[in-house]
Design a protein around this ligand. Structure first.
Ligand code: FES
Ligand code: FES
Length: 157
């Protein structure tokens, strides 16, 4: 076992992990952060995406030992206080959620995109979300939601 220390959603954690233990299993099974979804398990769907030091990573392909000394943000860390983030609000408003398995990954990537490109074009939205698969809603509502979140952020709401 290896001891790791890291921050998740602003809280410092210390855990003993197996050298081959995956980040997604730490998040879901040991920290109770079940918002991050395990879907394909082979890096194909994007549902397990979390932020690692501000960059998106697939937690189904990331070893827990590799987060030692680093900072994770999961979907649970996106809301501000008891309010939803603009991206979360826009996904609800635009009907971009159905079963919800893909949603945490889209929300993380949506937040990342708007940090990198506050006013993205439709092409840029498609480019950033190309690694995230949704089987339910299609992508029209999701793209519309990201555009709306950009507008909400600019309106300062
Ligand atoms: S569960 Fe990680 S990419 Fe699908
Ligand atoms: S809402 Fe079901 S997979 Fe996207």
């Amino acid at each position: 076992m290896v001891r790791i220390r890291f921050k998740v959603n602003g809280e410092t954690k210390s855990l003993e992990v197996e050298p081959n233990e995956l980040l997604i299993n730490i998040l879901r099974n040991r920290l109770g952060l079940i918002g991050t979804k395990y879907v394909c398990g082979i890096g194909e769907c994007g549902s397990c995406t979390v932020m690692l030091d501000g960059e998106p990573v697939l937690s189904c392909l990331t070893l827990a030992v590799d987060i030692d000394g680093r900072e994770i943000v999961t979907v649970e860390g996106l809301s501000t206080g008891d309010g939803l983030s603009e991206v979360q609000r826009a996904f609800i408003d635009e009907g971009a959620i159905q079963c919800g398995f893909c949603t945490p990954g889209f929300l993380i990537m949506g937040e990342y995109l708007l940090k990198e490109k506050p006013k993205p074009t439709e092409e840029e939205i498609k480019e950033y979300l190309r690694g995230n698969l949704c089987r339910c809603t299609g992508y029209v509502n999701i793209i519309r939601a990201v555009k709306k979140a950009s507008d909400l952020k600019h309106a300062g709401r």
